[in-house]
Design a protein around this ligand. Structure first.
Ligand code: PEP
Ligand code: MG
Length: 539
């Protein structure tokens, strides 16, 4: 039994025989050519052929991975006809007197090396797409067809690396899992594997020479491990886990892609809460309508110094790009109380939950706040961002926030940095915010009700104190009336209102929330589909 670890792309489990996929090396023998016009004509013919192949792959991907997964092949068509790439191919043919094949391969290598060297993880991952497209063009110019990715028996595919085209050509029914030595979580191969629900591990340090086709293996995407030649007890345990995962998935698959709507036609959005960038995967997997709460403090915790603007920008932009058109609500820094980071040098307090925390830190130390706002506004260009501010207790706080927002806007404009001011909302998680919710609704774009803190502050029960668990009752009529009051205020001014505290996932209250007209519930990713099911059963 031999175990290896890698990065998990899709958290599924599989057991079965291994199939080692070895790539043929590129066969570019005819390098020189003295007839550049003929070579350029060949390039044009090659592009026509490659375009046709990409259209076929687009259709296969759309059927198996949905339109989002298939979009990869539209990107490939664009890369194939990219003027800079084709210009480089033509230049090489004319100046170096080389063949169309050789020029296409060289230009592909040059362009993918440029992208591989970029800092942005998203751009880095595009190197693989460029390589995939130029290899396709080379194959078309050589008269070679697509590789044969139709396997006879279901197998766990082990490879050095896989391109998106190779992945989509595989017969989904015959692929138990994918395991590669290289690859990135942002690559289109990974995106496709996720969309196709194939258990996939990348970055597994394997020696392909030591792995034989036909060997038995277990791929565990939850633990991020692959076990070759597992003993019988591991196989038995794995079969049981596969069965229970399949049962769970069957129920949830039924809910995927369905509208979140009651039987009488009332629509609600079910979004997901995330506390780290790696949670984004499960947001997509559970088909959430968006991210209703991204606790941005995760970027500030467990480190020795403040995260810089660039680091934050990259993180926010990555989440926004991954979610595409879906809404992402990022909450500004909510540090303090139970969330401590030494470098903030926060003093010990008698009542930390009621102390120097969240928006209070941001308003008192605007440099920290401005860095985050700059990163957020820059990232807003890359997706559908909303920003919300935590622990609001007064309209003066909102005015102060807007003043800082104006300053940040001025700075970004003066520097000619691309940015966008997103919708701005506030969290309703203090009784004060509820009582002035009509005024807050006038000033903001939306509300998100934080029932965890709202319960703590309304009932005067420390949410951290285990001894008080019996007194921490979010079903208390006071809390439910507050939620209704905040919702009524928001709607009076034509604003939308969501619940992002834990209470949002409580199925006993879903009907009541629907009656109150709550527009959005944001819950942990695994609760999205069960809640959608619940809402669809409501009258
Ligand atoms: C809340 O208070 O309900 C909330 C969502 O915020 P947090 O749990 O992060 O304090
Ligand atoms: Mg809170």
């Amino acid at each position: 039994m031999k175990k290896f670890y890698g990065k998990s792309v899709y958290k599924g489990i599989a057991i079965g025989p291994v199939m080692v996929l070895k790539h043929k090396s590129k066969n570019i023998n005819s390098r020189k050519s003295s007839d550049p016009d003929m070579e350029i004509e060949r390039v044009k013919q090659g592009i026509r052929k490659a375009r046709g192949q990409l259209q076929t792959l687009y259709e296969k991907a759309a059927a198996e991975a949905g339109e989002d997964g298939a979009a990869i092949f539209t990107v490939h068509q664009m890369l194939l006809e990219d003027e800079e790439y084709l210009g480089a191919v033509t230049d090489l043919i004319r100046t170096k007197q080389v063949s169309a094949k050789y020029a296409a391969a060289m230009a592909g290598d040059q362009f993918s090396a440029i992208f591989a060297g970029m800092e942005d993880d998203y751009m880095k991952a595009r190197a693989e797409d460029i390589r995939d497209v130029s290899n396709r063009l080379v194959r078309c110019l050589s008269g070679e067809g697509e590789g044969d990715f139709r396997f006879k028996e279901p197998a766990i595919i082990i490879a050095d690396d896989l391109s998106p085209s190779e992945t989509v050509q595989m017969d989904k029914e015959k692929v138990l899992a994918l395991v590669t030595i290289h690859g990135s979580l942002n690559s289109h191969t990974s995106i496709l594997a996720r969309m196709m629900n194939i258990p996939t591990l990348i970055g597994v340090p394997l020696d392909l020479g030591k792995i034989r086709t036909g060997m038995r293996a277990v791929v565990d995407g939850i633990e991020g491990e692959v076990i070759f030649e597992p003993d019988e007890s591991v196989c038995e345990e794995t079969r049981k886990r596969i069965w229970s995962e399949q049962e769970k998935r069957k129920l949830l698959q039924e809910m995927k892609g369905k509208d979140t709507v009651t039987r009488s036609g009332r629509k609600m959005k079910i979004c997901a809460n995330i506390s780290s960038i790696s949670d984004v995967e499960s947001v997509l997997e559970n088909d959430a309508d968006g991210i209703g709460l991204f606790r941005s403090e995760c970027l500030y915790l467990e480190r020795d110094d403040f995260p810089g603007e660039e680091e934050q920008f990259q993180a926010y932009a990555q989440v926004l790009r991954t979610l595409g058109a879906k809404k992402v609500i990022i909450r500004t820094l909510d540090i303090g109380a139970d969330k401590q980071a030494d470098y903030f040098q926060l003093e010990k307090e008698q009542n930390p939950a009621m102390g120097y925390r969240a928006i209070r830190i941001c308003l008192k130390q605007p440099d920290i706040f401005k860095t985050q706002l700059r990163a957020l506004f820059r990232a807003a260009v890359h997706g559908n961002l909303c920003v919300m501010y935590p622990m609001i207790t007064s309209t003066e706080e909102v005015e102060k926030i807007y003043k800082i927002v104006e300053e940040v806007k001025g700075e970004l404009s003066a520097e000619q940095t691309a940015y966008k001011i997103p919708e701005q909302g506030v969290m309703i998680e203090t009784p004060a915010a509820v009582m002035i919710s009509d005024e807050l609704a006038r000033m903001t774009d939306f509300f998100s009700i934080g029932t965890n803190d709202l319960t703590q502050y309304t009932l005067a029960v420390d949410r951290q104190n285990e001894k008080l668990d019996d007194f921490y009752n979010p079903h208390h009529e006071a809390i439910l009336r507050m939620i209704r009051m905040a919702a009524d205020s928001a709607h009076k001014y034509g604003k939308w209102v969501g619940i992002c505290g834990e209470l949002g996932a409580d199925p006993e209250l879903t009907e009541r929330f629907a009656e109150m007209g709550i527009d959005e519930l944001s819950v942990s990713p695994s609760m999205v589909l069960p809640l959608r099911k619940r809402i669809r059963e409501l009258p």
